[in-house]
Design a protein around this ligand. Structure first.
Ligand code: IVH
Length: 719
């Protein structure tokens, strides 16, 4: 993923090659999800970050550019169901600018390429970048003859029948238009039409759509054009492909011609010469953005004079004469309709704001996380006021929400002027909304401060905790049982027939036997399951009867034991039996077993206590007993990268790091076979200290441990 990143300047050729391969695969996968299935899995910003990283690595290692590099492709291959149409001229992509600086660079590069001096002004058009689907519509002798999606830029899908149903696209051109005309532009769905459609779908109990763009894409790719006709699709023309003659000599002039032929063109298109004016127009469009009835994700700048466009020409996949200035994460105003409390696996009560649906950055947002009671009150994790003025959040409040990347939307602030006069401060529940047990905020033993999390004390009696436990157990990084996801767990948990019920993890593995023994309960007769899927499910369950010990430990859902800690424990104890025996021996929180546990680098006392507590609970032991009759945890093989200069070494990072985040540093070290510890001990081999390093550095000196700085680290791992 985009996170664990080594700075491009420090990548070795080998790492670069490996990362380019990963990026090609990941970008291709996302292209397919976005274009092929209309179901994006990551945000545009994250996607752009992947592409930029790919480009940066390629710029440094041009020899490593792959044949399947994302920089050589545009979009995704066409879907097989529509006949292919090869574009008479390729449908290209645009380069991106993310800052004012990037825009200046773009403008300067145009001047430089054309050998123009700054006083020999060049005009640019600036117009909104519509977040829809690009379409090429061909007219011959004034009649619409074909329409194609972009596809992979060379070949698109023939969607002529569907495009003919779009009212805003003329089927005929006025007399006098050239014999061959290819109009290019964006098909989109208005936000208001999208919301109305979703309301209708919801009222009919049908699945709602994610955002206008994907809905437009889905509507257009209907094999039955009458479905397309029933959806209100719209169009903006902004470019052209083949033309038997060109009726204007500027971009701006061409837009005027397209308009005169009956195509909708964007009213915010302007022709500007100075960079300052271009950037000012970008800001203006940005301000208008929330009120527009269509999604836009930036502003496109194009060199106005067509003769200059011609001279500038293209790079492999984008024109030198145009660029897209992207908008940062979008914000929107909406209303908090109510606040629900969700109960998680560890009993944490998490408040969620239910919002009046609003599109933010092209996605309909209906929920925002409110984290905890303090957050609602306007208090941060260290007791500080949060949000610009520390306003609390109340039901009925108008709030600003932001969606950054694919994370759950956040409430940025409250619009106090719009607070209803009767809005009362939110009272956080004192009991669990699911099981009714007391909900408490624990006090931190050492600091005496109240924990920010309110927790249900119901434990095993709380259904919410039990269900979430199971969902965690089957999740991707735990047992990862195909066909047994969150939805199925909900079903099996509530199953009326006992032979089909799953309440604890071992029940998963006895399911087949129980339902085979039962005269009545037959999974294959239940809606949503068929003979084949039932067989597949049981096979998938059987496939996990043996599992790596670290996954097994992680799956138990012990508090504070995430994947990393589970790996540390697996590495330290080797086998599950050794681990479990030691945890039971550590019961008294003293003695050898307890000390050994605490001496594992990376395992602190809070974690150690949580594990020991888990093994003290008889109900956990009962579940484990039953589970171990069904499942065998396999000792994980130690992965040692023996060639790395830090393999097998225990490394501590301290102070502030400037070229990488702490997480990146850790991932990098682990990838190279090192163990990363949180504190310095005699077992530490190397300390990487940045500015501001304190006690850990002192300790390293005391124990005479080698200390290097961040540059030293990169130097070391390069060799
Ligand atoms: S011009 C050769 N203008 O953005 C350049 N594209 O990222 C042709 N888009 O494939 C494209 N609004 O789907 C242009 N006003 C606009 C646009 C626009 C949206 C899309 C289009 C293009 C993509 C490139």
């Amino acid at each position: 993923m985009a996170n664990a990143k080594i700075p491009v300047e420090t990548l070795t050729e080998e790492e670069a090659a490996a990362e380019l391969a990963n990026l090609a695969a990941e970008i291709a996968r996302n292209d397919e999800l976005y274009h092929g299935q209309d179901a994006p899995a990551i945000s545009d910003a994250d996607y752009d970050a992947l592409k930029r990283r790919n480009e940066a690595i390629e710029a440094r290692f041009p020899a490593l550019v792959r044949d399947d590099s994302p920089s050589r492709r545009v979009g995704a291959a066409p879907l097989p169901t529509f006949a292919p149409i090869t574009h008479s001229r390729p449908m290209l992509s645009l380069d991106n600018a993310f800052s004012d600086e990037d825009v200046r660079d773009f403008v300067n590069s145009v001047y430089r390429f054309l050998g123009r001096l700054p006083d020999e002004t060049i005009a640019f058009t600036a117009e909104p970048k519509i977040d829809g689907l690009s379409m090429s519509i061909r007219y011959e002798n004034g009649r619409l003859v074909s329409a194609a999606t972009r596809g992979d830029g060379t070949t698109g899908e023939n969607v002529t029948a569907n495009v003919l149903t779009i009212g805003e696209i003329p089927n005929r051109l006025p007399a006098g238009a050239p014999d061959v005309v290819e109009v290019r532009g964006e098909v989109y769905m208005a936000k208001s039409d999208f919301l109305a459609l979703n309301e209708k779908m919801a009222a009919e109990g049908r699945q709602t759509y994610v955002n206008p763009r994907n809905t437009a894409a889905g509507s257009l790719r209907q094999l039955d054009a009458s479905v397309t006709a029933s959806r209100k699709l719209r169009f903006f023309a902004y470019a052209w492909g083949e033309m038997s003659s060109i009726p204007a000599d500027t971009q701006f002039g061409m837009i005027g011609v397209l308009k005169s032929w009956g195509f909708p063109v964007n009213p915010m298109t302007q022709r500007l010469t100075r960079v300052e004016d271009i950037i000012a127009h970008y800001r203006e469009i940005g301000l208008a953005r929330p009120d527009l009835d269509y999604d836009i994700d930036g502003v496109v700048y194009k060199v106005d004079e067509l003769a200059l466009q011609e001279r500038l020409g293209f790079r492999s996949r984008s024109p030198r004469w145009a660029t897209a200035h992207k908008f940062p994460a979008e914000q929107a105003f909406t209303i908090v309709e109510k606040i629900d409390i969700q109960v998680g696996r560890t009993g944490a009560l998490t408040p969620v704001a239910r919002l009046t649906p609003v599109t933010v950055g092209g996605v309909v947002v209906t929920n925002a996380t409110l984290h905890n009671a303090d957050y609602i009150e306007g208090i941060g994790n260290s007791g500080e006021r949060i949000r610009p003025e520390g306003h609390d959040i109340r039901i009925g409040d108008t709030v600003i929400v932001q969606r950054a990347g694919d994370v759950i939307p956040q409430v940025l602030d409250v619009v106090m002027e719009k607070r209803p006069s009767d809005a009362a401060s939110y009272v956080f529940p004192k009991t669990c909304p699911v099981c009714g047990s007391h909900a408490v905020r624990e006090r931190h033993e050492k600091t005496g401060r109240l924990d920010s999390v309110t927790r249900c004390t119901g434990g095993f009696v709380c259904r919410a905790q039990a269900v979430e436990h199971l969902k965690h157990f089957v999740s991707r990084n735990a047992f990862d049982i195909e066909g047994l996801g969150a939805k199925q767990i909900d079903f099996f948990f509530e199953a009326e027939d006992e032979a089909l019920r799953i309440r604890t993890a071992p029940d998963i593995f006895t399911l087949r036997q129980r339902q085979e023994a039962s005269p009545l309960a037959k999974l294959e007769n239940i809606d949503g399951f068929g003979k084949v899927s039932v067989r597949k499910l049981f096979d998938a369950i059987d496939a996990r009867r043996s599992i790596a010990v670290n996954r097994f430990i992680y799956a138990l859902g012990i508090r504070h034991v995430g994947e990393t800690n589970a790996k540390l424990l697996a590495r330290a104890y080797g086998t599950y039996d050794a681990f479990a025996t030691a945890m039971k021996e550590a019961e008294s929180l003293s003695g050898d077993a307890w000390n050994d546990l605490n001496n594992i680098e990376g395992i602190g006392e809070v974690v150690a206590r949580a594990i020991v507590e888990f093994y003290k609970e008889p109900r956990n032991l009962d579940v484990l007993d039953r589970l171990l009759k069904e499942v065998t945890p396999e000792a994980a093989e130690a992965v040692v990268v023996s060639s790395s200069p830090v393999a097998g070494k225990t490394v501590v990072f301290t102070g502030s790091l400037e070229k990488m985040t702490r997480d990146e540093a850790k991932a990098m070290a682990e990838r190279l076979g090192a163990k990363v510890a949180g504190s310095v001990s005699k077992k530490t081999d190397l300390v990487v200290a940045g500015p501001g390093a304190g006690s850990k550095l002192d300790k390293a000196r005391e124990f005479d441990i080698e200390v290097i700085d961040e540059d030293g680290w990169f130097e070391r791992i390069k060799s």
